[in-house]
Design a protein around this ligand. Structure first.
Ligand code: HH2
Length: 304
């Protein structure tokens, strides 16, 4: 059996597939149950940036950001993902000090007001360290610990769960003609390599979450192939996080702007959860929580 799996079989009202279950241990002592008998976790996105692709500028002011975090918690978010750097295609890196200036006051304020765990969306260890000091408890690194050699040691030292995401290239270059022989196999082998690299640097295997990185160096067809074959990521033995929210793959299908892609997101979340995904990262928390609850009920899991 793959490490981290319990081997608990799904109940009689479900498809009979292996029901996977983990407990992520948070640095401040709490834990997050992932999979098993409970509904999928919903990570609410909080972009403290002037230029994110769908909500740039909306939550750039501290008070607006904190109010949005409270709203998402009220809608059922299980994690608030705070980021101070846009990673949209073509985006330039934001200096560490500027990311810290954007996210730290917001994280401090949210951690004071809410019990909802906070993740920090950054690839820079200096930013993650300051965010963890301010009250964040999970590291979400879209470069899977490749951008900054100090990120893995930091995660190991703090005992923080880490999201490792697949990306081909960098945000500046990733959408320039991405090609794969088999996108799913390449993503799986990349994530396998990154899990082993993290573990070899002291990160506990049970604290690792993987993410195929929708829209990061992928065409529409690559993204759709990944969605169709998400169950193949289960071989990695880690919880799977999926982020399709408002992304251009939905815009290409629906010909609508980013804020009008909520139903499209809901369709992808429903399919992902039915393929065994345990976590989703979304802007529209209320909609995703509703989908997660209904899917959980259908699968015979607790939906509250
Ligand atoms: N997508 C974005 C940013 N961070 N992290 C994970 N783990 N998975 C994702 O799919 C992912 C991510 C991009 O979306 P968003 O944060 O809304 O936009 P921007 O990068 O422009 O701020």
């Amino acid at each position: 059996m793959v490490a981290g799996e319990t081997g608990i079989r799904a109940g009689p009202r479900t498809s009979g597939a292996l029901r996977r279950s983990w407990v992520l241990h948070l640095p401040r002592g709490d834990s997050l149950q992932v999979g098993g008998s409970r509904r999928a976790l919903v990570m609410g996105i909080l972009n403290v940036t002037p230029d994110s692709f769908s909500d740039g500028g909306l939550y750039y002011e501290r008070d607006a950001a904190v109010a949005r975090a409270e709203e998402m918690a009220g809608e059922g978010a299980d994690i608030i993902d705070v980021g101070g750097e846009s990673t949209r295609p073509g985006a330039e890196p934001v200096p560490e000090e500027e990311q810290v200036r954007r996210v730290v006051p917001v994280i401090e304020a949210i951690a004071r007001r809410l019990e909802t765990p906070i993740s920090i969306d950054t690839s820079r260890a200096a930013v993650a360290r300051r965010a963890l000091d301010a009250g964040a408890q999970i590291i979400n690194d879209v470069t899977a610990l490749r951008d900054d050699p100090m990120m893995a040691p930091l995660a190991a030292e703090r005992g923080a769960p880490v999201v490792l995401m697949h990306m081909k290239g960098t945000p500046r270059t990733m959408q320039i003609d991405p090609t794969y022989e088999d996108v799913v196999r390449e993503v799986v082998s990349f994530l396998h390599e990154r899990i082993e690299a993290a573990v070899s640097q002291g990160v506990r295997r049970e604290q690792i979450v993987v993410d195929p990185g929708f829209g990061f160096g992928k065409t529409l067809e690559h993204n759709l192939e990944l969605l169709r074959r998400l169950d193949e990521l289960a071989s990695l033995g880690a919880p799977i996080l999926v982020g399709t929210s408002r992304k251009s793959m939905l815009g290409e299908i629906l010909s609508v702007g980013p804020r009008d892609r909520v139903f499209g997101m809901a369709a992808t979340v429903a399919v992902a959860l039915e393929r065994g995904v345990e976590m989703v990262r979304v802007h529209d928390v209320r909609a995703a929580v509703h989908v997660a609850k209904v899917i959980a009920a259908i699968q015979g899991r607790a939906w509250t």
